[in-house]
Design a protein around this ligand. Structure first.
Ligand code: B16
Ligand code: MG
Length: 223
């Protein structure tokens, strides 16, 4: 396989903010008289703020007015921002910063493809905002993950083809989005939801792009 670029999901791949989203959504579900389990939370990963709230309301059997939806989305985001505000360069997930740096030194293009509208602020906090050729966040797309728009826009901005681009994702919605866009997708983490990925790795720690290419080529030769 020819690899020209890598697109990274943000929450759960570059930074460990997935728990903060969970804590904030769970607090919101409880404030609405319901609750949110870890299993349900897996299905919210990578899903937009509004999409996540809509799922929680469905699970809780509740309906809100548009005004109430706007209110609760703002409340959730404030809780989330309170938790992330203390983040700094040390809060990048193990191996992520050095992997991105090595890719860039070797001439690969790099991008972020995140559903989070907080992406620019978080990349600044962890001092990685200058490490990407393109940054696509939730405010730049009409259709969030599992629609492929986020990753397709990233590839377009980098002037690369999806077939020559690897997407790193920690969530089912993101894996579906990458597959639908014709990308090669690597699942990151230990969630059972990563099964649809072409390859699964524990983390970005000590990974080598050459090794990944070798493994992908081996898989392709078995098909
Ligand atoms: P915000 P990713 C996603 O980021 C998160 O996984 C998901 O939990 C969150 O609801 C979504 O961003 C929207 O985030 O409320 O900050 O705009 O995993 O696509 O990087
Ligand atoms: Mg994610």
């Amino acid at each position: 396989m020819q690899i020209d670029a890598c697109i990274f999901d943000l929450d759960g791949v570059i930074v460990d903010t997935a728990d903060f989203h969970f804590i904030a959504w769970q607090k919101l579900a409880r404030a609405l008289g319901s609750d949110l389990s870890e299993e349900q939370n897996e299905l919210l990963k990578g899903v937009s703020r509004r999409g996540s709230l809509e799922r929680i309301l469905k699970w809780a059997g509740k309906e809100l007015t548009e005004e109430e939806i706007q209110h609760w989305m703002a409340v959730k985001n404030n809780w989330y921002l309170d938790m992330v505000s203390g983040m700094g360069p040390d809060d990048v997930l193990p191996g992520a910063r050095s992997f991105v740096e090595r890719l860039r030194t070797k001439g690969y293009k790099t991008a972020i493809g995140s559903s989070s509208k907080n992406t620019p602020g978080i990349l600044k906090l962890v001092e990685m905002d200058d490490q990407f050729d393109a940054i696509v966040d939730g405010s730049m797309v009409k259709k969030g993950k599992p629609n492929p728009e986020t990753f397709l826009l990233g590839a377009e901005l980098m002037h690369v083809l999806p077939a020559n681009t690897i997407v790193f994702e920690d969530a089912l919605s993101g894996i579906k989005a990458a597959k639908a866009g014709g990308f090669v997708v690597i699942g990151v983490g230990d969630s059972p939801q990563l099964e649809g990925a072409d390859l699964i790795i524990d983390s970005l720690k000590e990974i080598r792009i050459e090794e990944i290419r070798k493994q992908l080529d081996q898989l392709a030769s078995k098909v």
